[in-house]
Design a protein around this ligand. Sequence first.
Ligand code: ADP
Ligand code: SF4
Length: 691
Amino acid sequence: MSRDPRYDILFEPIRIGPVTAPNRFYQAPHCNGMGRLFPDSMIAMRGMKAEGGWGIVATEQCDFHPTGDVQPFTETRLWGDMDVPYLAGMVNAVHKHGSLAAVELVHNGQDTGNIYSREVPIGPVHRPVTWLNHPVQARAMDLSDIRAYRRWHRNAALRARKAGFDIVVVYAGHDGTMPSHFLSRRHNQRSDEYGGSLENRLRLYRELLQDTLEAVGDTMGVVARFAVDEMMGPNGLEWQNEGRDAIEMMAEMPDMWDVNVSDWENDSMTSRFAPEGYQEDYIAFVKQVSSKPVAAVGRYTSPDTMVSAIKRGLVDMICAARPSIADPFLPNKIRDGHADDIRECIGCNICAAWNNISAPIRCTQNPTMGEEWRKDWHPEQIAPKSTESHVLVVGAGPAGLEAAHQLGKRGYRVTLAEAGSQAGGRVSRESALPNLNAWSRVRDYRLGQIAPMANVDLYLNSELSPKDVLEFGADHVAIATGSTWRRDGIGRHVRAPIPGSEFPYALSPDDIMDGKRPEGASVVVFDDDHFYMGSMMADLLVGEGYQVTLATPGLCVSSWTEHTLEQQHIEKRLVSLGVEILPRHSVVELGGGVVEMVNLVTGESVKRPGVLVPVTMRLPNDALYDALMDGPDRLKTAGIKSVRRIGDCYGPATIAAAVYEGHRYARELDTEIDPDGVPFKTVKYDLELGG
Ligand code: ADP
Ligand code: SF4
C-alpha cells in the first residue's frame, strides 16, 4: 500500500547543524531500566526503534560524572572511556538502519545521593538531596567547582563523539538537572554571577551549550532540551515570563530546540490526566522566537495530529518516547501506508513505572518491549506455525486477544470464544471508568488486527463449559478467563474476611463496574491495592454524588502510582472532588450501615456510615481449567494436547502482564521449553576477580 500524500511532510529530512535527520521522527530520550546494567537489551531496543523508522534515536539520560550518581536508577553513563564501547554498540545498532544516534548528557546535581560513588553531592546552594530523602546534603559549588563541572560535560561530549554519536542533547529539564536547578529561583539563591538575574541563573546552561558547540559542534548536532514551564504558576518557570525570556536569550545558539514542560510528572502525564498534545500551549511560542528547528513531545500517535502540529507551525520534528515504546514501527507504518496498524500508546505509564522501580522496561501495548535481545522478540515478526494445530482460546480479554492475534499471525487456526457481548475483558470494563477511555486501544488494536484474518474466528456471547471445550475438537486450549475482585476485604493487610462484608454491605470493583450501586449516600473505599483501582472507585462514586471516604493502610492514597508518575495528580484530584482520605487505616467490621475502621498508628476506632468497596485483591477465574484438568484421560479422549492458563486467570496482575502472557503463549506454542531453565538470555559478566 502506498502512503497518503498528506503524510509526505513527515518524511522530509531535517538539518540539525552539521547532521541531517532522514525524517521528522525523533525518539526522545527515555529511561528504560536497562541502560548500562543490561546493555545488550538496551542496544537491541534502540536498534529496533531505528529499524522501525525513527530518524533520530536517543539514549536515556546519560550521566557524565560520579558526583551525579543516580543509583539505584539504571541509566547509561559516560563517566569515562570505559563507557564508550557499549554506547558505541548502541550507535552501531542505530546507524545500521540509517538513523542518527543522540546522547543526552545529564547530571542530576542536588537530587542525587551518590550512594554508589560516595562523592559529596553538589548543587547551586547547600541543600538536602531530594531523591528518596537520603540523609545527605548537596554542597554549594564554588567557581572552581563550576569550572570542573563544565570540563566534565565537555569531556563527555568528546567521548560521545568517540562512541560515534551524531547528536549531543544538553539537558535542562524536569526540575532534576544541574542547569535547571541553577535556572530556578527556588533552587538558586547565589549572590555571584551564577545567581540573581535570569541572565546569571541561565549562565551555566549557556556555557554548557557553548562548550559543547566548541568541542564537537563541527561534526555533531547540538540540541538544547529545555523545559519552558513548570506548571506551578508564578512559583516556577512560566512560558509567558522567564521561560520565554530564556529561549529568546539563547534563540539561535543550539542546532535544534527540544522543548517541554517540567517536572517529569508533568512532562509524562498519563492519559487519565492529560490528552494528546497537551503541551502545545506551553511550547507554541518557541518557533516564533527561534529560526532553529523545534521538537516537542505530545504523546502523538496519529499521523494527522502530527501533520497538524507541523502545519500549525508548532514543531518541525515529532518527538516521542511513549508512542515509540508502544510501537517502534510507527514511522514505517505511516511511510508504508499502514497507519491503521499503529499500536497506539494508551498513556498508562507502566513503562515509566518499571524504570522507576529499577527494572527493565515493560509496555502494556507492546509486549516485546525490553525483550528484543533477551527473548529475540521482534514487535512485528513472529515465526510461522510449525504444526496444523487448531487452538481454542477461551476469553477475549487482553491475554486472550493477544494470544489469538499472534497465533493468527503465525498461521494457526484459532477460535476465540468470549462469554460477554463485547470483547476486551477488563480493558473494556476499566476503560469505561473516568478518563481511562484511551485504555480501550488495547482491545481495539487487537480486534483490528484479527478482523481481516481468515484463520481467526471470534465468537461473542459464548460462555464455554468444560463439556463445550471437550467437545470442541481443538488441539490446544488457552484459558484466558481473567479474575474477579474479592468482596471480603482479604488482601495485604486483612487476612480473614471482614465481618459483615457481604453483598449489599460490601460491593467489589467488579460489582461497581457491572453497574451495581451502594444503597444510601455514603461509601468507604478500602484501598489495599495501592495502584489505580481504589482511586478510580472513589473518583467514579464521588462523581455520581456519593459521599466518599478512601481508607488505606498505605502512607498515602494510591502509593504505587508514584511509579507511574500519577500519585500527586491522583491525590490532588480526589481532594478537589471532596473525597475524605484516611491513610494508615484498615477496616475492622461492617454492621448496621456503618463501616468501622482502625487507625493503624494510634489504634483509635473510626466509624463512617455507608457501604464498603474493598479494593484489595483478585482471585483467578480458574474453575474451567480445574474442571478440565480433573481427568487427564478426558483431555486425551477429546484429542486435546495441552491446556494452559494465561493472563489474570493464571496470576492476576497488570494489563501489561496479561498481554505479555498471551503473547508468550503464542510464541511458545509447539516449541520445546526447558522447565528447569531460565527462559531468556542473561548478561554475561566479564570479571577481573573470580575467574
Ligand atoms: P485477562 O486480563 O487475563 O485477559 P480479563 O478478565 O480481562 O482477563 O478477560 C477475561 C475474559 O474471559 C472476560 O471477557 C470474560 O467474559 C471471559 N470469560 C470468562 N469465562 C469464560 C468462559 N467460560 N467462556 C468464555 N469466556 C469467558
Ligand atoms: Fe504507552 Fe503504557 Fe506502553 Fe508506556 S506502557 S508506552 S504509556 S502503552
